[in-house]
Ligand binder design. Structure first.
Ligand SMILES: [Mg+2]
Length: 394
């Protein structure tokens, strides 16, 4: 039988309205009243089946932008994968990496993730299975508890924010450390006090600490009842993490430094981390994320899930993937706190409510962006040069 192959790839660069300012140690994900870049991708196969993916670049978080994701897919990644059998995700990543090479870890993971996600959606839809069943899970596992991202950097305001979020149904909380280091410990205490003893409380420094500051907070965070500190130090300073790890009573996790499966393997093998933070877009999509999850399973390390203030599409995809391995939360998939996604996803309330994501059994990811909503938010991006296209196709 002739295999179904990738026939067409459409890229939809959009900017979603930002409804709340979000500041972390390495920069900002957006300012209230502004817009945030989200690049949607639709893959169509030779039998007319489609799948959707998304890349959400943050120039303050890593090196990708709306323009680079759009032109990289249109000019380099898409031409490299046209004609590939849709089931061949191993082959997909071989071709993606041949088109855009690597530095210390896989290059342009946000752009690659959008294509990878769309192809997984397409394959699951072609099989008539939810993404989690297609990947080896079960529709019986369907709920993922979210973690609310606290944006206050002052203790009393953080307490108020947690109380309000609890009224909305959230039970777990993450906060950004190293933005206002003088208040980090007081904020941690405020979040834990207001969240209650059963909440999972999670600090993320986004590479913002220097070693002495990290050493200062880890003991106090542990005393206050913070459950884990994520990415305390610069992603390329592994030697500093080794030093912090010595005698550190607080569980640690890496985020920015764990792009490819080999990155996470190195951290797990050396015993430097206590959790795998699953993040589809940071890791180049679902296929490499599954490899990271298998590594975590083999290493005996539990999961956490986070995102890049992605839209509902990536949020639901991440929950589908996490549920394959029985993960039911907390997931810091916080896009709905910061962006207005009502245009592309007008029926979001059907899936996300009471501080959790509730998945159905629809084929694929289970969410399709509304065409009119995408058109309303679309922006134009200059095409890559003909020279670049020829180089890719040679
Ligand atoms: Mg993080």
């Amino acid at each position: 039988m002739k295999p179904r192959t990738i026939e067409r790839i459409d890229v939809f660069p959009t900017r979603l309205p930002v409804v709340k300012t979000f500041q972390f140690a390495s920069g900002s994900a957006g300012t209230a009243g502004g817009t945030a870049p989200h690049v949607f991708v639709r893959v169509t196969d030779s039998q007319g089946e489609t799948g959707w993916g998304e890349g959400r670049p943050h120039a303050a978080w890593s090196y990708e932008t709306l323009e680079s994701v759009t032109t990289t897919i249109r000019g380099y990644l898409a031409p490299a994968v046209l004609g590939l059998p849709v089931t061949d995700r191993w082959g997909l990543h071989q071709r993606l990496h041949a088109a855009i090479g690597r530095g210390p870890s896989p290059g342009q993971p946000v752009a690659k993730a959008a294509l990878d996600m769309a192809l997984h959606d397409l394959c699951a839809r072609a099989c008539g299975l939810s993404l989690r069943s297609y990947l080896g899970g079960s529709d019986a596992r369907s709920d993922v508890a979210l973690s609310y991202t606290v944006t206050a950097h002052e203790a009393e305001a953080a307490r108020d924010e947690v109380r309000e979020a609890r009224r909305m149904g959230y039970r777990h909380f993450n906060f950004k450390a190293a933005v206002a280091p003088a208040t980090d410990i007081a904020v941690a205490r405020g979040v834990r006090d207001a969240a209650g003893a059963d909440a999972f409380v999670w600090a993320d420094a986004n590479q913002g600490f220097r070693l002495p500051d990290a050493r200062r907070v880890v003991g106090a965070f542990a005393d206050v009842g913070v459950d884990v500190l994520e990415q305390p130090l610069a992603a390329d300073r592994l030697h500093l993490l080794r030093q912090l790890r010595q005698g550190c009573s607080l569980p640690l996790a890496v985020d920015e430094a764990s792009v490819g499966p080999a990155d996470f393997f190195a951290y797990a093998a050396e015993g430097l981390v206590d959790y795998l933070v699953v993040k589809l877009t940071r890791s180049g999509g679902i296929w490499p994320t599954l490899q990271q999850m298998a590594t975590a399973e083999a290493a005996g390390l539990p999961l956490l899930v986070s995102g890049l203030t992605d839209s509902l599409l990536t949020k639901v995809a991440a929950c589908q993937v996490a549920l394959v391995y029985g993960f039911e939360g907390p997931a810091a998939l916080n896009g709905s706190q910061f962006v207005d996604e009502s245009a592309p996803f007008p029926d979001k309330a059907r899936i996300e409510f009471d501080g959790a994501v509730h998945l159905g059994s629809e084929p694929g990811i289970g969410v399709v962006p509304d065409a009119a909503g995408l058109a309303e938010l679309s922006v134009s991006v200059e095409e890559p040069s003909a020279r670049g296209l020829q180089a890719t196709r040679a």
